[in-house]
Design a protein around this ligand. Structure first.
Ligand SMILES: *[C@@H]1O[C@H](CO)[C@@H](O)[C@H](O)[C@H]1NC(C)=O
Ligand SMILES: *[C@@H]1O[C@H](CO)[C@@H](O)[C@H](O)[C@H]1NC(C)=O
Length: 318
């Protein structure tokens, strides 16, 4: 009777070993909270490549004008909401942050209480490599003119497509991720959760965005603040997370027809808030916003009082 017992034990060992290898467990490597944002990110006072009506300011200006503000477990990033602009001068003051660290295989959890809202706004939380589009781009939270739900998009060099049928809750907007082939649209996935973006997101107290990137796939999840299905490791900011317990993602981008090693390099996290430009400006009227986008941004500073991010934390697991 010794043999079967040994066989069972041996099988169990193998099973446990296989589980350990395959289980998607990650350990925290960066916990960015409050004033930690100022050390984890650099302020980029650059011109907007997407032609926004924006003037990205440096760190000293942002802090002097209270466009960024850190206290306890709060980090605010906002646009100027007091200055009327001259149409011949620069755009509305705002902030673009780039993480100092780069990441490849990782999980990023963004706990966000409030995101920028208002006609003309184009906020984004995303990741990108140094060499665009060759090292790829993943847009995690992005939209324009308060029009939800959230849109999650990959942008790559040519030769990266997604299967039309995938295990995800979002809706595919296109399967070719190449910026060149798609006039920079990329392969987007729209969330079906109305609380994932804009005023609805804010009314619900925000929520959690999470992204998992491995060498063979990228997944993005969203849970609204009061959702009954927030994984406990996400909700509690745990020191390790297991994405196997997170359920079907909003967006799933597998490597079936996309070689990740040649389309994605190390990525920086970017948080930016621009106005009008190639996307928000292009659909401004059809989104039901008044007048022209640039006039609205120039002439109505108080319309941007809610054009701010309030981050509770960003946690990175590797
Ligand atoms: C801001 O984010 C959007 C969204 O990904 C991007 O297309 C745009 O280039 C960004 N602007 C800047 C200056 O980074
Ligand atoms: C800066 O912004 C924060 C957050 O909105 C606010 O609590 C604080 O009073 C502001 N500080 C000043 C000097 O306006």
């Amino acid at each position: 009777m010794q043999r079967p017992a040994f066989a069972v034990a041996h099988c169990l060992t193998l099973l446990l070993f296989a589980q350990k290898v395959l289980s998607a467990t990650y350990t925290i490597s960066d916990s960015i909270v409050g004033s930690g944002f100022d050390s984890a990110f650099s302020y980029q006072a650059i011109s907007d490549p997407t032609n926004g009506r924006v003037n990205y300011v440096d760190e000293a200006t942002a802090q002097a004008d209270n466009l960024t503000y850190a206290s306890g477990n709060t980090f605010i990033l906002r646009a100027d909401d007091t200055t009327t602009l001259s149409s011949s001068g620069p755009g509305r003051n705002s902030v673009r942050l780039q993480s100092n660290n780069q990441y490849t295989t990782h999980v990023a959890v963004f706990d966000i209480r409030h995101m920028p809202q208002g006609c003309g706004t184009w906020p984004a939380v995303w990741e990108v490599g140094a060499n665009w589009p060759d090292e790829g781009e993943t847009d995690i939270l992005e939209g324009v003119n308060d029009q939800g739900p959230d849109q999650i998009t990959l942008h790559t060099s040519s030769g990266c497509t997604m299967p039309s049928s995938r295990s995800m809750t979002g809706t595919s907007l296109g399967t070719d991720c190449s910026t060149a082939d798609t006039n920079n649209a990329g392969c987007g996935v729209q969330s079906t959760d109305g609380s994932s973006y804009g005023p609805t997101f804010n009314n619900d107290g925000g929520g959690w965005y999470a992204m998992e990137r491995t060498s063979t796939f990228i997944k993005v999840w969203f849970w609204s603040r009061n959702s009954g299905s927030v994984p406990s490791d996400v909700e509690n900011g745990a020191s390790s997370v297991n994405t196997d317990n997170w359920g079907t993602p909003t967006a799933y981008f597998p490597d079936t027809d996309c070689d990740f090693s040649s389309h994605f390099g190390p990525h920086n996290i970017i948080i930016n808030l621009t106005f009008c430009g190639d996307w928000a400006g292009a659909v401004y009227s059809s989104d039901g916003c008044p007048g022209t986008c640039t006039d609205y941004v120039d002439d109505n500073p108080s319309a941007f009082a809610n054009a701010y991010f309030d981050f509770a934390s960003i946690r990175i697991y590797e």
